[in-house]
Ligand binder design. Structure first.
Ligand code: DX5
Ligand code: ZN
Length: 228
C-alpha cells in the first residue's frame, strides 16, 4: 500500500461540506473529527453530519471519534456511512469487542493513541485492527504544533505492525504539513491527516498532491528499513 492523504474536514467550511469535499477530489479519504466535549474540550459534529456527507461525497469517510464511551457509539457510525472508524483506546472499555463490532458492521476498525499513550500494551490487539492512529498533537483542535516527541512511538508502532504482518495502516494526525510529513513518513507512517495545511492552502488539491509527493519520497527513501 502506498501513501494515503486523508484531509481533516475540521478545517473546511462547515457551511459547505459537499463543495469542500469536491475541492479535494484527489484525497483518499475524508477525515471527520467527532468531538463530544467530554473526551476532549471541544464539540464538533456527529452521526447526522457524517451520514449527510457520505451520501454526496466521492471519497469514503474516515471517522475519528474523540468521544467518551466509544463502545456504545462507534459501531453505529458504520451505518451512518463511515468506511473507517477510529476509537480512542483511552476511552474504550472493551477495545477487542469494540473492534470486532466495528468490523462486523463492515467498516475498518482503527485504534487511536494520544501523545502520552504507549503502543506496547496494545500489541496483542493488532490482529483485530485495520489501522492505528498515532496522534501528533493533543486531540481537540486543529492548527496545533506538531509534537516531535511522538516520532519514536511512530517508529515503534511501525516495528510492531511489521512484526505482526498483515495490512495495518499507520496514520498520523495533528500538525502534519509540508514541514513535518517527511519526518512522519521516515518514521513509518503511511496515512496522513492534514487539516489546516490542506484547507489553509490557496489550492487544497495541489497541497494534497504536494503532501503525497513528499510523503512518498520520504517513505521510499526508507523502503529498505524492514530488511535485516
Ligand atoms: C485534532 C484532530 C485533527 C485536526 C488536525 O484533534 O483530530 O484531525 O483536525 O488538524 P491540523 O492538521 O490542523 O493539525
Ligand atoms: Zn483527527
Amino acid at each position: 500500500m502506498g501513501i494515503q492523504i486523508t484531509p481533516s474536514m475540521l478545517s473546511a467550511d462547515f457551511a459547505n461540506l459537499e463543495s469542500e469535499a469536491a475541492r479535494i477530489s484527489n484525497a483518499d479519504w475524508l477525515h471527520m473529527d467527532v468531538m463530544d466535549n467530554h473526551f476532549v474540550p471541544n464539540l464538533t459534529l456527529g452521526m447526522p453530519v457524517i451520514e449527510a456527507l457520505s451520501k454526496v461525497a466521492q471519497q469514503p469517510i474516515d471517522a475519528h471519534l474523540m468521544i467518551a464511551d466509544p463502545d456504545r457509539w462507534a459501531p453505529a457510525y458504520a451505518e451512518a456511512g463511515a468506511g473507517s472508524i477510529t476509537f480512542h483506546v483511552e476511552a474504550a472499555a472493551a477495545p477487542v469487542r469494540l473492534a470486532r463490532e466495528i468490523r462486523a458492521q463492515g467498516a475498518r476498525a482503527s485504534m487511536a493513541l494520544k501523545p502520552a499513550t504507549p503502543i506496547e500494551p496494545y500489541e496483542d490487539l493488532l490482529p483485530e485492527l485495520d489501522m492505528v492512529l498515532i496522534m501528533t498533537v493533543e486531540p481537540g483542535f486543529g492548527g496545533q504544533k506538531f509534537l516531535d516527541l511522538c516520532l519514536p512511538k511512530i517508529r515503534r508502532a511501525r516495528a510492531l505492525v511489521d512484526k505482526h504482518g498483515g495490512d495495518i495502516w499507520l496514520q498520523v494526525d495533528g500538525g502534519v504539513s509540508v514541514e513535518t510529513i517527511e519526518r512522519c513518513a521516515e518514521a513509518g507512517a503511511d496515512t496522513f491527516v492534514a487539516g489546516s495545511a490542506v484547507f489553509g492552502a490557496d489550492d487544497p488539491a495541489d497541497m494534497v498532491e504536494q503532501l503525497r509527493a513528499l510523503g512518498s519520497a520520504a517513505a521510499g527513501s526508507h523502503a529498505g528499513r524492514h530488511v535485516h
